[in-house]
Design a protein around this ligand. Structure first.
Ligand code: GLU
Length: 490
C-alpha cells in the first residue's frame, strides 16, 4: 500500500503557521515511507475564499521548503484539487446517501431551527437529531411543491457510543448524543466540510488523515459516512494544537500567525520549518537544530507528544540566530539582499527619507523601523500623545479592523480608510495619526505613517498594531464586545 496524506487548507485569510505545521507533519509522514503528499484547496465557503489567499498559502508553503506530489498547481491523477470544482461529485454521492435512506432533505426554516434549539436547551440536550427535525410527510410535500429551500442532512444514531481509533490517542469514545444530524449539502448546493472531506479523501485514495485536534469531534460523523458509503476509512491522526506562551490556542492577537509576517520580519524559512518540526516532536537525540531532510530521515509519528506545543516567537528567534550563524558570510550577504537590502527597496524608501537627511549617515536610523520585526514599545511610548490611553487603544483596534478588511494595500486606499475612520470617530487627523505613528514606526518623528505602512506591507503593519494594543494593556472579551458594537455603528 502506498501511503498518501493530504492537507486541505481553506483559502480564507493569511497563510497560517498552523497550516504549515500540519503540512510539515503530513509531508514527513508520507515521504518517510516513500508515499505521497497531496494538497487540495477547501474553497467551499464561496463568500470568504479568494484566489489571492490560495496563492499566498501555496507560495508560503513553498517558501518554507515544503512540496507536494499532487495539488492545484502541479496537477495529478486525482484532480481537480479545488473543492469548488468538484461540485458534481459531492452532489452525486449525496444523492446516493438520500436514496439509500442515510440522508434526508430538511425543509426546516431558520426560525423553526432556532425554536428547536431552544427546546433542546430546555431539555438539557445538545444535538439536533433526525427525529427532532422530522416534519409530517404532507408538510414536506407542501414545502417541496412551493420550491422552498432545503438542505441535505445525514442520519445519526440517537444514542450510544461511537469509538474512533486515533493513531496517537488510541480508542476515543464519543457519545452519539452529542452529534447533530449534520448538514451535508447546503441550500446553495455546496457541500459542507464533512461531506467534501470524506468524498475527497476516498476518491483521492488518502490512507492517513493527519489534521488538527479540533476535528476530533467530527470524527464520528466521518466514520459513519464511510460506513454509509461502504468505503474503508483512512487512519486518523489528530495532531495537538499550537498554543500561545500562555497556553491558550495560538491566536494572532498574541502572536503573529501569518507566515508572511515571518518572511517580511527577516526569519529564515529553514528556521521557521525547523521550529514547526519541534512543535510536539523531537529528534531521537533531542537536538534542536535540524533540517527538513534530517527530520525526514528520523521521522516517527509516535514521537509526537500530545501536550499542547507552545509557539513562542522568542524561541523561534533564538533558533533563527543559530541558523544565521551557520551561514557563510557570503551566503548571509546574499540572503540579506534577497530579503530587503537591495536596490529596488532602496529606491522605494529614498523618496520618503531624502527630505529628512543631511548626511548619508542619517539614512539608517531613519529607516531602521522598516527592517525590524516587532518594535520595542512600552506604554510610555504613547504617553506624549494627546488622547487618553484607552482612547488610543480603541482607535488602534478600530484602525486594525479597517485595515484587515482592505483587499488591496495601496497608499490611497489606506489613507482613505484611515481618514474616513477618523471622521467617523470625530477625531482630528493629527491626533488620530499619533498612536498609529508610534505603533508603526516607534516614534512620531518619522515620515508619513501611511507611506510607512505601504513599505512595511500588510502583515507587518497589522502585527505592529496588534502588538501596540497588547502593549497598551490589551482588550478583554467584554471590552472587545463593546467596541465591536461601537465599530459596527460607525
Ligand atoms: N480546512 C480544514 C483545515 O484547514 C481541513 C481539515 C482537514 O484536514 O480535514 O483545518
Amino acid at each position: 500500500m502506498t501511503v498518501r496524506t493530504r492537507i486541505a487548507p481553506s483559502p480564507t485569510g493569511d497563510p497560517h503557521v498552523g497550516t504549515a505545521y500540519i503540512a510539515l507533519f503530513n509531508q514527513c509522514f508520507a515521504r518517510a515511507q516513500g508515499g505521497q503528499f497531496v494538497l487540495r484547496i477547501e474553497d467551499t465557503d464561496q463568500q470568504r475564499s479568494t484566489p489571492e489567499s490560495e496563492k499566498a498559502i501555496l507560495d508560503s508553503l513553498r517558501w518554507l521548503g515544503l512540496d507536494w506530489q499532487e495539488g492545484p498547481d502541479v496537477g495529478g491523477a486525482h484532480g481537480p484539487y479545488r473543492q469548488s470544482e468538484r461540485g458534481d461529485l459531492y452532489k452525486k454521492h449525496c444523492d446516493e446517501l438520500v436514496e439509500k435512506g442515510h440522508a434526508f432533505h430538511c425543509y426546516r426554516t431558520a426560525e423553526e431551527l432556532e425554536q428547536l434549539r431552544e427546546q433542546l436547551r430546555e431539555a438539557g440536550r445538545t444535538a439536533l437529531k433526525p427525529s427532532d427535525l422530522a416534519l409530517p410527510d404532507a408538510e414536506v410535500e407542501k414545502r417541496k411543491a412551493a420550491g422552498e429551500p432545503y438542505v441535505v442532512r445525514m442520519n445519526v444514531p440517537e444514542s450510544g457510543t461511537c469509538v474512533v481509533e486515533d493513531l496517537l490517542r488510541g480508542a476515543i469514545e464519543i457519545d452519539w448524543g452529542q452529534v447533530d444530524a449534520q448538514i451535508l449539502l447546503k441550500s446553495d448546493g455546496m457541500p459542507t466540510y464533512h461531506l467534501a472531506n470524506v468524498v475527497d479523501d476516498h476518491l483521492m485514495e488518502i490512507t492517513h488523515v493527519l489534521r488538527g485536534e479540533e476535528w476530533i469531534n467530527s470524527a464520528p460523523k466521518h466514520k459513519l459516512l464511510y460506513e454509509y458509503f461502504g468505503w474503508e476509512m483512512p487512519v486518523l491522526c489528530h495532531l495537538p494544537l499550537l498554543r500561545n506562551p500562555d497556553k491558550t490556542k495560538l491566536s494572532k492577537r498574541k502572536n503573529p500567525t501569518s507566515i508572511l509576517y515571518y518572511q517580511r520580519a527577516g526569519f529564515m524559512p529553514e528556521a521557521v520549518l525547523n521550529y514547526l518540526g519541534r512543535m510536539g516532536w523531537s529528534m531521537p537525540d533531542e537536538r534542536e537544530k535540524f533540517s527538513l531532510e534530517e527530520m525526514l530521515e528520523h521521522f516517527d509519528i509516535h514521537r509526537v507528544s500530545l501536550g499542547g506545543p507552545v509557539f513562542d516567537v522568542e524561541k523561534l528567534s533564538w533558533l533563527n540566530g543559530l541558523w544565521i550563524r551557520e551561514l557563510e558570510d557570503e551566503q548571509l550577504a546574499d540572503r540579506l539582499q534577497a530579503w530587503l537590502l537591495n536596490r529596488d527597496n532602496l529606491l522605494k524608501v529614498l523618496p520618503h527619507a531624502k527630505g529628512r537627511m543631511e548626511t548619508f549617515g542619517d539614512f539608517a536610523p531613519l529607516v531602521s523601523f522598516l527592517a525590524a520585526g516587532q518594535l520595542p514599545l512600552t506604554g510610555d511610548s504613547f504617553s506624549d500623545n494627546k488622547l487618553e490611553t484607552d482612547e488610543q487603544k480603541k482607535l488602534l483596534q478600530f484602525a486594525l479592523w479597517r485595515l484587515e478588511a482592505l483587499r488591496t494595500w495601496e497608499r490611497d486606499d489606506i489613507f482613505q480608510a484611515m481618514k474616513a475612520l477618523a471622521t467617523a470617530m470625530d477625531i482630528k487627523l493629527k491626533d488620530f495619526n499619533a498612536p498609529l505613528f508610534v505603533a508603526i514606526s516607534g516614534t512620531t518623528a518619522s515620515f508619513s505613517v501611511m507611506d510607512a505602512m505601504v513599505l512595511l506591507g500588510p502583515d507587518l503593519s497589522r502585527a505592529r498594531l496588534r502588538h501596540a494594543i497588547e502593549v497598551l494593556g490589551g482588550a478583554g472579551k467584554k471590552v472587545l464586545k463593546r467596541w465591536e458594537k461601537e465599530y459596527a455603528a460607525l
